[in-house]
Design a protein around this ligand. Structure first.
Ligand SMILES: NC(=O)c1ccc[n+]([C@@H]2O[C@H](COP(=O)([O-])OP(=O)(O)OC[C@H]3O[C@@H](n4cnc5c(N)ncnc54)[C@H](OP(=O)(O)O)[C@@H]3O)[C@@H](O)[C@H]2O)c1
Length: 230
């Protein structure tokens, strides 16, 4: 069994997820209401959010190299980040985020062993799932079985969303539509994946809820017609 997966994004009216003035406070307020067990955050999203480059390090306190106390009663979500290439070296900064209880890194067999050592030295938990990239379905299955994750929110850009959508792993798509138009040819959208082949069909969804939440911002909740058994 894999957890219930909600893709959650703020976007402009023309479907861009960057380059507009997102209402960040509203984004996190509504995110909290989803009451999930884990947040899956793309590695690029982490790097952008913290304003660092792949592999960049920060000064670490002595505590970063000691085991952390874990409280079984802590009901904040677990932060899960696929990082098969070892791009993120700022785990001590991520652990300061008040809305997560701990972090878990998803690696693959191709992840450099030097990076696994880097994580071990800092008592950062990781799973090795998949060969070249993280096997997302296997990772979700393990999250459910061994970490009690029943519901998960995806906080990522179009790349991780795209991988999850193309693998049929997403159950809901939640969008906070902001009344701005960005335009351009490079901005990311909520779904970045290879072009459809001739006989492929788009993913079908149905509208579950629609609400004007603040000013002219609309919150759309769609469910994916999904063949995966959950
Ligand atoms: N407006 C919003 O709601 C919102 C929300 C979040 C982020 N953003 C923006 O989105 C941008 C970042 O998004 P992004 O699309 O560039 O990257 P991303 O989705 O954050 O990161 C890509 C992630 O997908 C994983 N991945 C890619 N292909 C995969 C595959 N086939 N199998 C398994 N895992 C795979 C990568 O893992 P590896 O590292 O292992 O390759 C990585 O963790 C930033 O600018 C951020 O600000 C906007």
């Amino acid at each position: 069994m894999i957890p219930w997966v909600i893709l959650y994004n703020a976007m402009s009216l023309d479907g861009r997820i960057t380059g507009f003035n997102a209402d960040v406070e509203l984004y996190y307020e509504l995110a909290t209401e989803l009451d999930v067990d884990a947040v899956l955050m793309g590695s690029n999203t982490v790097l952008t959010g913290f304003g660092v480059k792949a592999g960049e390090t920060v000064e670490e306190a002595e505590d970063a190299f000691k085991p952390r106390k874990k409280d079984a009663a802590d009901d904040r979500p677990l932060l899960v980040v696929p990082d098969s290439r070892g791009k993120i070296r700022i785990w001590s900064e991520l652990l300061k985020m008040p809305y997560i209880k701990d972090v878990l890194v998803l690696c693959s067999r191709s992840t450099p062993s030097e990076y696994l050592d880097f994580l071990d030295e800092r008592y950062i938990d990781y799973l090795v799932v998949g060969y070249q990239r993280v096997d997302l379905e296997a990772a979700l299955d393990e999250l459910n079985t061994n970490f009690g994750v029943k519901k998960l929110r995806v906080d990522s850009g179009g790349i991780l969303n795209g991988a999850l959508l193309r693998e049929g792993l997403a159950d809901e798509v939640h969008l906070l539509i902001h009344p701005e138009l960005v335009g351009g040819t490079t901005p990311n959208s909520i779904f970045q994946a290879p072009d459809l082949e001739e006989n492929d069909v788009p993913i079908k969804l149905y509208l579950d809820n629609m609400e004007k939440v603040k000013g002219d911002i609309i919150y759309l909740k769609y469910k994916v017609f999904n063949e995966k058994l959950k």
